[in-house]
Design a protein around this ligand. Structure first.
Ligand code: FBP
Ligand code: MG
Ligand code: MG
Length: 329
């Protein structure tokens, strides 16, 4: 099996991006170690702090953020970083070629129940000139690399540099990432969907109708039975979609009119969309392709519908219908 280093060489990834990917991968090994020690190290539970998005930070949100921040500060290929757990962008070095956006611990509500969590990252080119928040506001299409690390029964790294999606598994004996899937590929069709059903009454009409039709199964207009899964960590749900197909969505809802979307564009939706597209799937908000959105702020949130291409298209068809009167198909 190829090591991560061998694989990056065989892909022809340039030296500076290779260095940055190693920094991220090596830090993920330390995070994996910290997550695995959980209660033994006293790192479970919440802090007293909230992040800029008004969410109470878990101790591990803060610890993993600091681990990544410190590691990236020591990497001269990095010009700046943006994190879910940092209110503002952080300037790193004035010569670095890259900007890194990350969610240090995705699905952190799973931490206290010893369930799946992960790290998500997105690498953008650093523009020349002064660094400011606007340097980061590039469409997902500009990403030069993206990936996630899943801290599950195995620690796995899914990575794209725009040449398909490679999946590596951390060998616990040697502490090395080894290539276990050369090209992840999402089946075009699926019989599996992932959504937080408890928000059903808050969704827009297209999503209400789409999901109701899935639930009708063989007796509904889709004439097909669908199964449902919800890990409550995007990283786990997207990993399942990449592994065996499916549709994952966190749609627009009106539960809190100030916050119609949950997932963050720069460090959740964009990197996952890059991976999904590279594996042959699709990613949309329902109305636009996620990777084409021009961001307006680093902590911007968006609706997300991603996964098996034909199923995403089926869902998008509902968004094209007129719901001004009774929803009809
Ligand atoms: O609590 P819900 O509605 O199930 O939401 C779960 C979603 O929220 C998230 O946990 C948000 O990410 P963070 O844990 O990084 O804030 C996603 O990973 C996941 O898909
Ligand atoms: Mg997250
Ligand atoms: Mg997080």
């Amino acid at each position: 099996m190829q090591t991560l280093a061998q694989n990056l060489t065989s892909q022809g990834v340039n030296a500076s991006l290779t260095q940055l990917i190693h920094t991220l991968a090596n830090t993920s090994k330390e995070i994996s170690h910290a997550v695995r020690h959980g209660a033994l190290a006293g790192v479970l539970g919440a802090t007293e702090q909230e992040n800029v998005q008004g969410e109470t930070q878990k101790k591990l949100d803060v610890i993993t953020n600091d681990m990544l921040k410190d590691a990236l500060k020591g990497d001269d290929t990095v010009r700046g970083l943006a994190s879910e757990e940092e209110d503002y962008i952080v300037e790193v070095g004035d010569k670095g070629e890259y900007l890194v956006c990350f969610d240090p611990l995705d699905g952190s509500s799973n931490i206290d129940i010893n369930s799946l969590v992960g790290t998500i990252f997105s690498v953008l080119p650093a523009p020349t000139g002064e660094l400011s928040e606007s340097s980061f506001l590039q469409a997902g299409r500009q990403q030069v690399a993206a990936g996630y690390v899943l801290y599950g029964p195995s620690t796995m790294l899914a990575l794209t540099t725009g040449q398909g999606v490679q999946l590596f598994t951390l060998n616990p004996e040697t502490n090395e990432y080894l290539l276990t899937t050369e090209a992840m590929s999402i089946s075009k069709d699926t019989g599996e969907f992932a959504i937080n059903m408890s928000n059903q009454r808050f969704w827009e009409a297209p999503m209400q109708t789409y999901i109701s039709d899935l639930l009708l199964g063989t007796i509904g207009p889709r004439e097909k039975a669908f199964n449902m899964r919800w890990i409550a960590a995007m990283v786990g749900d997207v990993h399942r979609v990449l592994s065996r197909g499916g549709i994952f969505t966190y749609p627009t809802d009106n539960k809190n009119p100030q916050k119609p979307y949950k997932l963050r564009l720069m460090y959740e939706a964009n990197p996952m969309s890059f991976l999904v597209e590279q594996a042959g799937g699709k990613a949309s908000t329902g109305y636009e392709t996620i990777m084409d959105i021009q961001p307006s702020e680093i902590h911007q949130r968006v609706a997300v519908i991603l996964g098996s291409a034909n199923e995403v298209d089926a869902c998008l068809n509902y968004h094209g219908l007129d719901y001004s009167e009774e929803p009809q198909l």
